[in-house]
Design a protein around this ligand. Sequence first.
Ligand SMILES: C[S@@+](CC[C@H](N)C(=O)[O-])C[C@H]1O[C@@H](n2cnc3c(N)ncnc32)[C@H](O)[C@@H]1O
Length: 409
Amino acid sequence: MLVELEVGPVAHGGHCVARHEGRVVFVRHTLPGERVRARLTDDGPDARFWRADAVEVLEASPDRVPSVWPEAGPGGVGGGELAHVALPAQRAWKEAVLAEQLRHLARLDVTPTVHAAPGDDARGGLAWRTRIDLVADADGRAGMRGFRSHDVVALDAMPLATEHVAALDLLGRRWRPGARIEAVAPADGSPPLVLVDDVPFDLQRGRPDPRPNARAAVREVVTAADGVSRTYRVAAAGFWQVHREAPTLLVDAVLRGAGDVAGGTVLDLYAGAGLFTLPLADAVGEAGHVVSVEGDERAVRDARRNLHDRPQVDLHAGDVARTLAGLVEGAPPVDVVVLDPPRTGAGRKVVDAVAALRPERVVYVACDPAALARDVALLGAHGWTGVEVVGHDLFPMTHHLEAVAVLTR
Ligand SMILES: C[S@@+](CC[C@H](N)C(=O)[O-])C[C@H]1O[C@@H](n2cnc3c(N)ncnc32)[C@H](O)[C@@H]1O
């Protein structure tokens, strides 16, 4: 059903809020202040709120720009929710969402700035993804799942992929229908890796690549605020920050947030392949101590390799909540806890255990503002009421953002 809507403020998830017949409608593809004709997509009579997609703009916002997101057939692919929004307005949008989540869920009255990553404005917010996950459609063309659908929509462009990923020409090939294609191209220009159904693939020969280093690892070099270049090896299918500038930027933010930790003890929770553990180990020095916790086996293998020459690091493989429960008993004083949980956040068990360690500071790296706000509220109840939050737009054209919060008592 088509309805005409006066569009109100932004909401979490790339929607704006409107009202229709007394009911809240979350609308995609629009901007605050616009008047749009929209197709209701979820409008059950018992639903608490409805959803809609704007299909015609009747009065456009001055922040509207032509969308760069690929025209990919009916429904379109997921992602690119903010591709119709000018870059500065995308950041203002994310600032509003971050502030609203912190106000609503943590009763915190702050207005964090969301910064552009270096080079993003010059590249028009494009060419930042170092990793692409595709799936082949029934004709063998590479594409992505449609929005809230299992159908594969073939792509004709990947505007967010870095030039290294784009140069692989994954869209110009034919694949086995249903094949999962992952491509990872380090921002430093070292050779990209391609996996097809988890198996390394030699694009030139068009067949699986048996070389051991084809499966194993991507190399990334990060030059952080401390002026040091560090090399990490990360399995192609393993977690690594996806924006080309994210590793450097987040290491800088974490080191700044942790402050002077020389000779101290730092916990790095949800450590992945050791992105933060390595520079934190250098920051505490050989007299200090870093306890790093990661649950994924593959990431732990990478972290072991990346941290092998830092004797001041204790790497624990396992669940963060369970590992912390073991650490709290008779643990030495902890100066700083760094945590970078998955999208769901750390949750009460982990926050309670962190609070029991009574660190001077907590540095929280978050990819979901709502999860951050929930955990900040829990930390606030334990006395960590000093909160500084900075946002980084590490996902231009999408509704996602990364935020770094530094909490003190
Ligand atoms: C957002 S990533 C951050 C990784 C790392 N800090 C980085 O920036 O590269 C979150 C990490 O937490 C790990 N993880 C998720 N849930 C976990 C849990 N309950 N216990 C331990 N590790 C977990 C994931 O395997 C992943 O490596």
